[in-house]
Design a protein around this ligand. Structure first.
Ligand SMILES: Cc1ncc(COP(=O)(O)O)c(C=O)c1O
Length: 396
């Protein structure tokens, strides 16, 4: 069989670090070991039944067996506007300031192609969600990293960025509650972001994937709550985490009308909109009782408390995440994040994601997900405790 050569565009895509982790884990599982996988970000709970029932009913509607309108059904965009008003007190125009997406990932990858030309600069959080890199590569743009440090509560410090990068930057990605650090943003930080972006003509894309998941009674703030935010950017919101709908592939972008129009234009060329029944069920998710969301956040908070307590009991000095469903755990001295993750897999049969996979500034940490039962989290901690890593932290 002739093997066709991939395009230069594909050859230029970043290496998928976590694909090799999945392979390593697969081998250990295939050997028959009981592996506790805290390495991935796939919600473990099912979609709430009233949303599934809405899809089941809507699937029978022949209207939805036809092509959907190109830019999605108005009822879903109106539901998004009602959701933003109710949850954040933010007003958005459903037709001009909302775009329906095939999952947040698709939107995040599309946006650089909508706004950038080859060689343009994008400010990207480090550590950060690797799909930002994919979108930048597909647009043949360049990344300038914004370090997220514990000392600055894992918020970027705009003052430390190179003047050259800031001058050239056209786009910036932010993500709070943050994957992988579990940090949350403040209103003051978003206000500072709006003035920074306005001053330098940068479009802000705030990835609000974990928007619903804030702990200790703190509701995460929306970027659009900052005054003037719509002038300088958009927010991407997904149903994957809030409503356990990761397999459904539905999300939306809200905010600056020119960016929304650019997304619509690209999507007019790439797709017709999502299956209408999914759009109807998504509107139900946004508009009906949010009790399921409160229960989900309580479940993650309880798991967080269990894991953090168990890790502290073994002498591991860890900070509880304020949001998202990830804990960002410092690696003991002497180990790289990858070596440490390998050790946990080999010796404790526990999978964590090495911080280096999220960028250079992720080194020194591993990420553990809260996506399994408290019993399994306790079991994972007890297996790790047996390695006595924290009493003899240095590598031999
Ligand atoms: C930070 C962040 N953004 C976006 C996404 C994408 O979610 P989806 O494509 O399911 O909407 C994820 C999923 O893991 C994520 O962690």
């Amino acid at each position: 069989m002739k093997s066709f050569v991939q395009s230069e565009l594909l050859a230029g895509l970043p290496k998928q670090f976590f694909a090799s982790l999945v392979e390593k884990v697969g081998k250990v599982v295939a050997q028959g070991h009981d592996v506790i996988n805290l390495g991935q970000g796939n919600p473990d709970q099912p979609t709430p039944p009233h949303i599934v029932a809405a899809l089941q009913k809507a699937a029978a509607n022949p209207q939805y067996h036809k092509y959907s309108p190109f830019r999605g059904y108005s009822f879903l965009k109106e539901a998004v506007a009602a959701f933003y008003k109710r949850e954040y007190g933010v007003t958005v125009d459903p037709e001009k300031e909302v775009a329906i997406l095939f999952g947040g990932k698709a939107g995040l990858v599309e946006i650089p192609q909508c706004l950038l030309n080859p060689g343009d600069v994008v400010l990207v959080p480090d550590p950060g969600y690797p799909d930002y890199w994919s979108g930048v590569a597909l647009a043949r743009a360049q990344m300038a990293m914004m370090p997220l440090r514990a000392a600055n509560s894992f918020l970027p410090d705009y003052e430390e960025l190179a003047e050259e990068d800031v001058k050239k930057a056209k786009l910036m990605f932010l993500n709070y509650p943050n994957n992988p650090t579990g940090a949350v943003a403040t209103k003051a930080f978003f206000a500072e972001t709006v003035s920074f972006a306005a001053k330098h003509g940068i479009c802000v894309v705030h990835d609000f994937a974990y928007g619903a998941i804030g702990f200790d009674g703190q509701k995460p703030v929306s970027f659009l709550q900052a005054e003037g935010a719509k002038e300088v950017g958009i927010e991407i919101y997904t149903f994957s985490k809030t409503y356990n709908m990761a397999g459904w592939r539905v999300a939306f972008a809200v905010g600056n009308a020119s960016v929304i129009e650019a997304i619509h234009l690209l999507q007019d060329h790439l797709y017709v909109s999502l299956f209408g029944a999914i759009q109807e069920a998504a509107a139900v998710a946004l508009l009906e009782s949010q009790q399921c969301v409160h229960e989900l956040v309580a479940l993650y908070e309880s798991r967080r408390n269990t894991l953090i307590q168990a890790l502290r009991n073994m002498g591991w000095d860890v900070t509880p995440p304020a949001g998202s469903f990830f804990a960002w755990l410092p690696v003991p001295n002497g180990w790289s994040s990858e070596q440490f993750a390998d050790l946990l897999l080999e010796e404790a049969r526990v999978v964590v994601a090495p911080g280096i996979g999220f960028g250079e500034h992720g080194e020194g940490y591993v990420r553990a997900g809260l996506l399994t039962s408290e019993e399994r989290l306790r079991e994972a901690a007890s297996r790790m405790a047996k390695l006595n890593l924290f009493s003899h932290a240095a590598k031999k």
